[in-house]
Design a protein around this ligand. Structure first.
Ligand code: PRP
Ligand code: URA
Length: 209
């Protein structure tokens, strides 16, 4: 079963409150999502493996550590996932970025795939899939199937807010994928929106309706 990590760092929680606030406008919403993306990237990279190398300081040779694990690929689920990309890249600037385009059919709430573009060396990379919302879980589950179908083996999923329903669906479909969230909310409403949530992440990020 995939583990669920809630990043309860005070800065993340503070910024998330203003992301939730309906009075936060598009510009500030975008900036805050970007900032939380960076803070979450700091937390999600905690377990990255290190190796020791020799480095010449101006004084003498020292044993020091550098990253040694798999290279990262970041995959936003379009479109709202795009809002987290730049923030994560601030800490992992060499990551490659793939894209998976999915939208939820408003009637069925089922995800519909419309675009997939990934780095060529899929099997060599550790993937971090990003999307602000994990609601019914349909989009994340489909996105991760799309990655696995193309050879991805090592996948993490990171979002701002998750509903318990979405977490359960994800854990069932992808028990090998750990989930990293800033908040686990109460439930879904009848329209598949997270309560209390933040509303429609894509619309709030891009100023659409
Ligand atoms: C939102 C959100 C997730 C999805 C979550 O995207 O960004 O991708 O809904 O819901 P789920 O867990 O029930 O699948 P949406 O479909 O609204 O598309 P958008 O990003 O283009 O706005
Ligand atoms: N997608 C969103 O953007 N918000 C929700 O609450 C649920 C799905």
């Amino acid at each position: 079963m995939g583990k669920v990590y809630v990043f309860d760092h005070p800065l993340i929680q503070h910024k998330l409150t203003y992301i939730r606030d309906k009075n936060t406008g598009t510009k500030e919403f975008r900036e805050l999502v970007d900032e939380v993306g960076t803070l979450m990237a700091f937390e999600i990279t905690r377990d990255m493996p290190l190796e020791e190398i020799d480095v010449e300081t101006p004084v003498q040779t020292a044993k020091a550590k550098v990253l040694s694990g798999k290279k990262i690929a970041l995959v936003p689920i379009l479109r709202a996932g795009l809002g987290m990309v730049e923030g994560v890249l601030k800490l992992i600037p060499a990551a490659k970025v793939g894209h998976i385009g999915l939208y939820r059919d408003p009637e069925t709430l089922k995800p519909v795939e419309y675009y997939v573009k990934l780095p060529t060396d899929v099997e060599e990379r550790e993937f971090i899939v990003v999307d602000p919302m994990l609601a019914t879980g349909g989009s994340a589950v489909e996105a991760i199937y799309a990655l696995k179908k193309r050879g991805a083996k090592n996948i993490k999923f990171m979002c701002l807010i998750a509903a318990p329903e979405g977490v359960e669906v994800m854990q069932e479909a992808h028990p090998d994928v750990d989930i990293y969230i800033a908040a686990l909310d109460e439930k879904l409403n009848d329209h598949g929106y997270i309560i209390p949530g933040l509303g429609d992440a894509g619309d709030r990020l891009f100023g659409t309706k």
